[in-house]
Design a protein around this ligand. Structure first.
Ligand code: HEC
Length: 118
């Protein structure tokens, strides 16, 4: 009798813990769009770096150019080159999402800043 009761309590505790962990991970990922960082890096190198290398006319752009919050705002507006054209001129929304994730994950104030040198 006591044993069964204890087992039940343990089960309820385990279920509650899992629920809390699941909720926390949802909260932690809020604000970070879903997308593939690996693909994003590749698209960025293929498309964006054409014009945005060091010394190029369009100026060097790397993840370090902006903070995480600034990249979020930039992709929310999704306007490029001084607001003169939409970012979708260069790739579709799905690819832009991947590029966005790459840039945010390695932004100037991110845990792993990266220049994506090329
Ligand atoms: C065909 C050349 C070209 C390509 C490709 C290109 N850009 Fe640009 N980009 C420019 C030019 C030109 C500017 C404006 C530079 C200026 O105003 O001095 C610019 C400006 C920017 C800026 C500065 C803010 C702004 O919008 O004015 C950012 C950030 C940027 N580009 C990101 C990107 C990203 C991300 C990609 C890939 C999805 C990309 N660019 C692809 C030419 C390009």
């Amino acid at each position: 009798m006591t044993y069964r009761y204890r087992a039940l309590r343990l089960l309820i505790f385990a279920a509650a813990s899992l629920t809390v962990i699941a909720l926390l991970s949802v909260l932690a990922s809020a604000g970070t769009p879903k997308g593939s960082e690996t693909k994003g890096r590749a698209y960025y190198r293929q498309m964006c770096k054409d014009c945005h290398t060091k010394g190029a006319k369009a100026g060097e752009v790397s993840p370090l150019t902006k903070t995480q919050a600034q990249w979020r705002t930039y992709f929310q507006k999704a306007k490029h080159a001084g607001g003169s054209e939409p970012l979708t001129k260069y790739m579709d929304d799905a690819k832009l999402l991947d590029v966005q994730v790459f840039l945010i994950n390695h932004a100037a104030d991110s845990p792993q800043p990266e220049t994506c040198g090329k």
